[in-house]
Design a protein around this ligand. Structure first.
Ligand code: PEP
Ligand code: MG
Length: 561
């Protein structure tokens, strides 16, 4: 039997049906008394309110539990944010005061009050006919509502663990907190009767890179547990109980798809995952918009380092806020959801700006460089921070401070950033208030304090070009001591490993954006330390991916999208 829906990914799955049956549908018309509902004559609003409070609390704990597990497996898990939004719903007045008002004012049971509240909120979001984003949010509310209902009625539909291998989940609707429990080792695909491609469940399926089709009606009535099923997500096609010829055809197609993923030709388009599910990004180092376009073409999973000083060099005056904003905005748009780390101005050392008229220094690499220069010249710094903040609404920008040595420097930089945010808010100019703020670990002082710094930033980016020269007291540009200048030196390696571990144990992602990230000697070692993001020169993207994919415990998660 053939069913047609909306394909969410490009994958093919051949597996066996496992049905998830909704325990307490909030959108059913079941107005008849339910289990655990009060019998007529013994209705007690106080008792119903107590039940509601307990169910909200239980729901909150369950979601926190799911979140903790997700973050333990992968601190950078983008899906965690989707699940976390639900905590907000449990505290939302709609579920508290308004639901209580329905119990008190209309004599509804807790179950009926939550059901009505959820239905009304979902209807409101669904009424944005031409806005799939708002409709997608309706499924978050449905998710929260169903969880509360399930906890009220005691009929919780958690996904059994572990699922049989080769499973294809079939459900009327799969809510994000259920999708979060699907383990990628055993689940090959999922098909739901409802949902659209922007729903969070679809977004999560995409990031898990399983064969997923949503909006495929009437399947639940026909499918039985253990039925053979083929999901061709690229075509949005589902074949229930396929015959032998169909299985043979699809086995061939699946092998072709697999081969395409693994040929050297397409390696640049691969996204990489560790066997524990954590994604490893291979991002690019760039200096301008042209590089950004090239990096995208070469398969970069984001930008790990935008050396913004290249926008400032080779000219007679500073780029103004608008010019900087345009460069950051267009890069952000180009990479969409992929992270783009904009490093704030790193001049000084070997990169001088004649129009700044700085006095000559005896040891410029140990002098007025990078963050030191910006903190001394807050007007220059503010222009750049404003440009980054304004561009932040167009993608997934991150701010990264270079050459941090002391916690005071970080604090001061953050204060100036805070002032820029307040000024933009005051002027009604939009920006992402939750923009990630990270720092480079490129001085021994920063690496040695990595555990403390990790608590104060959203990510680390290890700059081994400088970390090597400062650790070994070996000028990175001096050919006379080039033998000594080596990022594989045990002292440098110790600091790198320590910083990655500090990030991991604090739950923030670690990136490495020095040249070492693309060095074939270093890649397996950095992978072993647990590095999350390799940011390399554009022409090293494919090679770095190829080496990572050759390591034990690394595999292609999905083709680049
Ligand atoms: C580094 O120091 O490793 C780094 C990436 O920064 P830059 O090379 O621009 O100093
Ligand atoms: Mg550096």
């Amino acid at each position: 039997m053939e069913y047609k829906g909306l394909g969410v990914t490009q994958r093919i799955a051949i597996g066996k049906v496992f049905r998830i049956v909704d325990a307490a549908p909030f959108d059913s018309n079941a107005d008849s008394p339910q289990e655990n509902e009060p019998k007529p004559g013994v209705f007690s609003p106080e008792r119903e309110k107590e039940k509601l409070t307990a169910a909200l609390e239980k729901s909150r704990r369950q979601i926190q539990d799911i979140l903790q597990k997700m973050q333990a497996a992968d601190p950078g898990n983008k899906n965690a944010g989707i699940i976390a939004t639900q905590l907000g719903y449990f505290e939302d007045p709609a579920y508290n005061e308004d639901t209580i008002a329905l119990i008190d004012g209309q004599g509804l049971s807790a179950v009926e009050a939550v059901r009505r509240m959820t239905r009304e909120l979902c209807d409101t979001f669904n009424s944005f006919d031409d806005d799939p984003y708002m409709q997608g949010r309706s499924s978050d509310i449905a998710d929260a509502g169903k969880r509360i209902l399930n906890n009220l009625t005691g009929k919780i539909t958690e996904i059994p663990q572990p699922l049989p291998s080769g499973t294809v989940i079939v459900a009327h609707d799969l809510i994000p907190s259920q999708t979060a429990q699907l383990d990628q080792e055993h689940v090959l695909g999922m098909v739901t009767e409802t949902g659209n491609i922007t729903s969070h469940t679809a977004i999560m399926a995409r990031s898990m890179d399983i064969a997923a089709v949503v909006g495929c009606p009437d399947l639940m009535g026909e499918a039985r547990d253990g039925d053979r099923i083929i999901v061709d997500a690229g075509k949005g096609l589902v074949l229930l109980r396929p015959d032998d010829a169909q299985i043979e055809t699809y086995t061939g197609l699946q092998a072709e798809e697999e081969a395409a993923r693994n040929t050297g030709e397409t390696v640049k388009y691969h996204r990489i995952r560790r066997s524990n599910g954590r994604e490893v990004l291979v991002a690019a180092n760039i200096g301008n918009l042209r590089d950004a376009r090239f990096a995208k073409e070469k398969g970069a999973n984001g930008i790990g380092l935008f050396r913004t000083e290249f926008l400032f060099l080779g000219r007679s005056e500073m780029p103004d806020e608008h010019e900087q904003y345009e460069a950051y905005r267009q890069t952000a748009e180009l990479f969409g959801k992929e992270p783009v780390s904009i490093r704030t101005l790193d001049v000084g050392g070997d990169k001088m700006l004649p129009y700044l008229r700085l006095p000559p220094e005896e040891n410029p690499f140990l002098g007025m460089r990078a963050i030191r220069l910006c903190l001394r010249n807050p007007d220059i710094f503010r222009v750049q921070l404003r440009a980054i903040l304004r561009a932040s609404v167009y993608g997934n920008l991150r701010i990264m401070f270079p050459m941090i040595c002391t916690r005071e420097e970080l604090k001061e930089a953050r204060e100036i950033l805070g002032e820029c945010m307040s000024a933009l808010t005051g002027a009604g100019i939009p920006f992402r208030k939750d923009i990630a703020v990270g720092m480079m670990i490129e001085t021994p002082a920063a690496a040695i304090q990595a555990r403390e710094f990790a608590k104060e930033v959203d990510f680390f980016s290890i700059g081994t070009n400088d970390l090597t020269q400062y650790t070994l007291a070996a000028d990175r540009g001096n050919p006379l001591i080039s033998g000594l200048y080596d990022g594989m030196n045990p002292a440098v390696q110790y600091l790198i490993k320590y910083s990655i571990e500090a990030a991991r144990s604090t739950g923030i992602p670690s990136c490495l954006c020095g040249e070492l990230a693309g060095d074939p000697r270093a890649i397996p070692v950095l992978a072993e330390y647990g590095l999350d993001e390799f940011s390399v020169a554009i022409d090293a993207i494919a090679g770095t991916k190829r080496i990572l994919l050759s390591l034990d415990g690394f595999k292609t998660a999905c083709l680049y999208y």
